[in-house]
Design a protein around this ligand. Sequence first.
Ligand SMILES: Cc1cc2nc3c(=O)[nH]c(=O)nc-3n(C[C@H](O)[C@H](O)[C@H](O)COP(=O)(O)O)c2cc1C
Length: 205
Amino acid sequence: MDFYKVIDKRRTVRSFSDRKVPKEIIYKILDAGIKAPTYNHLREWDFLLVNDENTRLSIVKAEGIPDSVNITELEQNFIDADSHAKQMYLDAIPRQKSMLLKAPELLVVVFKPKTKVDKSKSVYDLNCLSSAWCCIENILLAMAAENLFGVTYIPQKGKEVKQVLNVPEELEIAALIPFGYKPEESNIVPQKNIDLKTRIHLNTW
Ligand SMILES: Cc1cc2nc3c(=O)[nH]c(=O)nc-3n(C[C@H](O)[C@H](O)[C@H](O)COP(=O)(O)O)c2cc1C
């Protein structure tokens, strides 16, 4: 697939068809991830694939994701929000639990922090996290090239989720990525159009 078509194709999807993802395709997209740029040349990333139902349920519990969401209340919360952001939150919030539980695959990207995230004092200290996100973007683009869709979810209770997954103390979770094939009908929230000219600054701001 043409590279720029892949860029456009990668969109966030939060509901999935039951179709299984072949193991060799999963390997291919993770291989694209591990080739991403990395601040120390070491690519200190690990991938967990969580298929066990009870483990996924424990993640949802650790995160404190509610069983259901009151849509009327939710709409009220975003009444003054940017309309694109509002559409996104109205799509996302009610699906946080189901996407983590029902996606055919749940990928967890783990990285080795140079400086503990809570001790970081500069963007430089976060090079390891930035590198992990290069890896994640490669994965998302490789998924798009394979007709797969997913969503990135950052745990708010990282410590608890690490315990559920038995991730070693010295490592951190960059993101959980539920992914799979898109059902015939699924919502893709329109992207906000950005006038690129207003975001480009020459020489100084
Ligand atoms: C760092 C990061 C955190 C995100 N966290 C969540 C999340 O917690 N739940 C969710 O449903 N989507 C999450 N998303 C997905 C965004 O909502 C989505 O990327 C955004 O609305 C733009 O849509 P697009 O990916 O289709 O272009 C996250 C994306 C990023 C990059």
